[in-house]
Ligand binder design. Structure first.
Ligand code: C2E
Ligand code: MG
Ligand code: MG
Ligand code: MG
Length: 297
């Protein structure tokens, strides 16, 4: 009796594994055709100054609306894109789209000029970082689109910098030589060695949203957030908090001298027309966010 159950279970598990494998394969097959089928788009999330309340930049975030699978979140398709190497073409596509879009924003009649001269952040995967032609490819996109390099910022996660081969250090140098800015994404969630902060020429730290989210309720998260801000400042870096979902958190971060804020409190990542409306309204109205009201430094 028990033996039969055991066998049935084993059979059930392997079938489940099998189905998961099939689902993965389907996703991979669909993802391969997503660009040519026009299923991909880029959304943009604003980042604002904690003191000035000014719109400082936007982060490009990839979206996939599959004809077969519906809307698939990046947390599901980015890992598959990385394992299959598809992230190279997806990443190149996002960069080209975002740079071309940024150029269209340099027109005072678009969104009332609200997006003129803002920073543009694009996420890079470790797989892209391992590609020796990355810097040359990025330079080609900058030249093709006319995007000025000093307005482009590349986001790399901490664990990607850490786990990488020595050649990655050369890659980071090559990227910096392009004149772009570099930020460390999801900071605080990677390895604890901080040596790479000294080794690489980094411009910004982005505090991971898992710390920001509960910092008002969880003293440990508050302590970590404080420590990251202080570490960033000691090294001459700007610090960005991501995952700011309410006004009280924004005020606390401003009081802690965190320079830049990003999160649903200001806006979710938006498709281009909505982002343009948001930016225009933000420029024209009383700032949603009034800095300096929490006391502080
Ligand atoms: P990320 O680069 O850390 O991007 C921030 C993520 O946090 C986005 O999720 C954004 O929607 C979400 N977020 C922003 N503000 C808040 C908030 O206040 N609360 C909460 N709960 N979440 C917030 P999204 O768009 O689902 O992207 C997830 C991750 O997928 C990104 O994390 C990034 O690592 C990756 N990703 C997205 N687009 C690309 C891309 O074009 N290339 C690469 N390599 N990775 C990408
Ligand atoms: Mg990012
Ligand atoms: Mg992040
Ligand atoms: Mg992330």
């Amino acid at each position: 009796e028990a033996k039969t159950t055991g066998r049935d279970m084993a059979c059930f598990y392997s079938m489940e594994t099998d189905l998961r494998g099939q689902a993965r394969q389907t996703m991979e097959q669909q993802l391969r055709r997503a660009i040519e089928r026009g299923e991909l788009s880029v959304h943009y999330q604003p980042r604002v100054g904690a003191r000035s309340a000014q719109l400082l930049g936007v982060e490009a975030l990839l979206r996939w609306n599959s004809a077969l699978l519906g809307s698939v979140p990046p947390s599901e398709f980015i890992p598959i894109a990385e394992e299959t190497g598809l992230i190279r073409s997806l990443g190149a596509w996002v960069l080209e789209q975002a740079c071309a879009q940024w150029m269209r924003w340099q027109d005072s009649t678009v969104a009332g000029g609200a997006l003129m001269g803002v920073g543009l952040s694009v996420n890079l995967s470790a797989v892209q970082l391992a590609d020796p032609s990355l810097a040359a490819d990025i330079r080609a996109v900058l030249e093709r689109t006319g995007m000025p390099e000093q307005h482009l910022e590349l986001e790399i996660t901490e664990s990607q910098l850490m786990e990488s081969a020595p050649s990655v250090a050369d890659q980071v140098v090559a990227l910096k030589l392009l004149g772009v800015q570099l930020s460390i994404d999801d900071f605080g969630t990677g390895y604890s060695s901080l040596a790479y902060l000294k080794r690489f020429d980094i411009d910004r730290l982005k505090i991971d949203k898992s710390f920001v989210h509960d910092m008002l309720d969880d003293p440990a998260d508050l302590a970590i957030t404080r420590a990251i801000i202080s570490l960033g400042h000691s090294l001459g870096l700007k610090v960005v908090a991501e995952g700011v979902e309410n006004r009280a958190t924004a005020q606390m971060l401003s009081a802690l001298a965190c320079e830049e804020l990003q999160g649903f409190y200001f806006s979710r990542p938006l498709p281009v027309p909505e982002l343009e409306r948001w930016a225009h309204a933000y420029l024209g109205s009383d700032p949603l966010w009034r800095p300096g009201t929490a006391g502080g430094t």
